[in-house]
Design a protein around this ligand. Structure first.
Ligand SMILES: Nc1nc2c(ncn2[C@@H]2O[C@H](COP(=O)(O)OP(=O)(O)OP(=O)(O)O)[C@@H](O)[C@H]2O)c(=O)[nH]1
Length: 285
């Protein structure tokens, strides 16, 4: 960093067994690295031929992450590397049939509905910028509109879900922050108060790997929500873009929160969030 200014990009290639969820928060929040350095995004390269085997691998064969999770299927390194990715390159597409490729892509998107997916042969992409570099994954929310809904039956371990966020009064941001703290720091869903009765749950606790969201505030401003594992931030966006009320009404300005992780029960998450925000209408999808 003494040579600050002389780098265009810094690319870290991790080991094949790395958990990006342990690395990304370090680079995202460490101001000591200097203001010219920021975490641009996490790219995961997937081998189309072997990925299904890797996702289904017997955890006893996995050197890390040999944990069980509430009786659910085991988390493999492949799951972690896909769930934390902002861009996923599915390579060696020529070595599988179109049917196999469609299945691979569907499963990957069911795990991570936020990431941009590129399908390649010999890892060839049209250009680096905006495909693998200059992603601004942690300071932008461009891909929220295309975030896929979870189809958790495709992968039993990790899924993506989208919760709608209602138009929020400024005071609700504190409630949102408290809710996120409980979810990300304590892996606990605050029980919703009225009108939802709280029922004891035997479900495994939610474990969120990545989250991204946009909320519209009644004052006409917007906030971006970003998170990776237990680190998150709620950041005001400069431009509210005119009448927020109008945006809500014509359906183009709906706030949402996209969550990727384990033990995702969309309905329970939606009820809990809605309760935390004062019953303002979040329900899982
Ligand atoms: N058919 C086909 N072969 C490929 C493609 N991309 C790479 N290969 C070949 O696959 C072989 C192994 O390369 P990779 O799988 O990329 O190996 P690697 O990722 O560098 O290996 P590790 O870093 O040790 O995992 C090489 O012979 C490559 O030429 C592709 O899209 N299609």
């Amino acid at each position: 960093m003494e040579r600050r200014g002389s780098f265009d990009y810094i690319i870290l290639e991790t080991s094949g067994l790395a958990d990006p969820g342990n690395l990304a928060p370090l680079f995202w929040v460490d101001d000591g690295l200097g203001s010219s350095i920021y975490l641009d995004g996490v790219v995961t390269l997937v081998d189309a031929k072997n990925i299904v085997l890797s996702l289904d691998e017997d955890p006893a064969e996995s050197e890390e992450h040999e944990e069980t999770y509430g009786g659910a299927r085991h988390l493999t390194t492949a799951h972690l590397q896909i769930s934390h990715a902002d861009v996923i390159v599915i390579n060696k597409c020529d070595s599988v049939t179109p049917y196999e490729l469609a299945n691979v892509e569907a499963r990957i998107r069911s795990i991570n509905g936020l990431a941009t997916v590129h399908k390649t042969q010999y890892s060839q992409i049209p250009q680096l910028e905006s495909f693998l570099l200059d992603l601004h994954a942690y300071d932008g929310i461009d891909n929220l509109d295309t975030a896929a809904q979870g189809h958790s039956h495709l992968d039993p371990t990790i899924s993506t879900t989208t919760l709608p966020l209602p138009l929020l009064p400024p005071t609700a941001l504190t409630a949102l922050e408290t809710w996120l703290r409980s979810l990300l720091w304590e892996n606990t869903l605050p029980a919703p108060s009225f009108p939802f009765p709280s029922t004891p749950s035997t479900a495994p606790p939610p474990e969120i790997h990545r989250l991204k969201g946009l909320a519209y505030i009644t004052t006409g401003s917007r906030v971006m929500i970003q998170g990776v594992r237990e680190v998150f931030e709620i950041v005001p966006l400069d431009n509210g873009g005119g009448s927020t009320m109008k945006k809500q009404e014509d359906g183009t300005g709906k706030g949402k929160l996209v969550l990727i992780g384990r033990g995702i029960d969309a309905e329970a998450l939606g009820r809990s969030l809605s309760g935390a925000l004062g019953g303002a209408g979040a329900s899982g999808g």
